[in-house]
Design a protein around this ligand. Structure first.
Ligand SMILES: Nc1nc2c(c(=O)[nH]1)N[C@H]1C(S)=C(S)[C@@H](COP(=O)(O)O)O[C@H]1N2
Ligand SMILES: [Mo]
Length: 247
């Protein structure tokens, strides 16, 4: 479809899962105060949060605790959890050396820290947010991408979401397989232990709960892209943002 045929607001309605701020802050009171809670308790808080965030029809927005103005998005209605020990990231498809990495193996690789503004295509923005991780290009190089490869597909352990990049985009230095946000381990709500961080693109490209990287011969549109978002999700230049009237 053309970039602005149904307008940003229609896409926004599809993505937004508005939620009452009071309810959320109440449900997440413990986490919001930064009090340490055990893993099972955190899990219950996360699930309460996801359940409320996905059902409240009237509220304002789903601000995540921890400050900064992040909002929670998940097309699944639970926050999926994977412990550091159980986590695996597979790299397969058109590569000579398919691999499966533990979190320890990923964090032992050369790391890159980027500080950029986070921007969701629906309009909210979080300035100057640090993400740390392995360059996607490093993982691709280690796996030996075959000559016929043209794109990369990302899958997630929520079992629902997917994303994609062209191989050229994937090889940019600012595409990370990220395990830290703001210099802390990624929380489950933010897609931990590992999410994609596609720095130059709208945040929907940054697939949370990343579990698979598959090298393919053509771009397979991701979850939101099937619903109208641009595959090339450049901030400021896509999803209708670059075709303002010229007169
Ligand atoms: N697996 C998965 N990743 C996802 C999404 C999702 O629903 N599921 N939503 C995307 C969208 S639209 C945004 S804006 C960001 C939100 O990230 P946050 O919840 O850390 O703020 O995650 C992106 N990655
Ligand atoms: Mo988003």
């Amino acid at each position: 479809m053309t970039a602005n045929s149904d307008g940003g607001s229609a896409r926004g309605r599809r993505e937004d899962r508005p939620v009452g701020r009071r309810i959320i802050l109440g449900a997440l009171g413990v986490g919001a105060l930064g009090v340490a809670v055990g893993a099972p308790a955190q899990r219950r808080l996360d699930d309460t949060f996801a359940a409320v965030a996905s059902k409240d029809p009237t509220g304002l927005f789903s601000l995540l605790p921890g400050g900064g103005g992040f909002r929670f998005y998940s097309v699944a209605d639970k926050v999926p959890h994977r412990s550091a020990d159980d986590y695996r990231l597979t790299v397969d498809g058109l590569v000579d050396r398919p691999a499966s990495y533990t979190l320890d193996e990923l964090t032992a690789m050369p790391s890159t820290r980027l500080v950029r503004d986070v921007q969701c295509v629906t309009g909210w923005r979080v300035p100057r947010t640090a993400f740390t991780g392995v360059q996607l290009s490093h993982l691709l190089d280690v796996s030996g991408v075959r000559p016929e490869a043209a794109a990369v597909r990302f899958t997630c352990f929520d079992g629902v979401y997917s994303e994609s990049l062209t191989l050229e985009q994937a090889r940019r230095h600012d595409m990370l397989v990220s395990y830290k946000m703001r210099d802390e381990p990624l929380t489950a709500a933010h897609g931990g232990p590992v999410r994609l961080y596609a720095a130059p693109m709208y945040f929907y490209k940054s697939a949370k709960w990343l579990s698979g990287i598959t090298v393919t011969d053509h771009v397979q549109p991701g979850y939101w892209e099937h619903l109208g978002y641009d595959v090339d999700g450049w901030v400021g230049k896509s999803n209708g943002r670059d075709d303002a009237p010229t007169s």
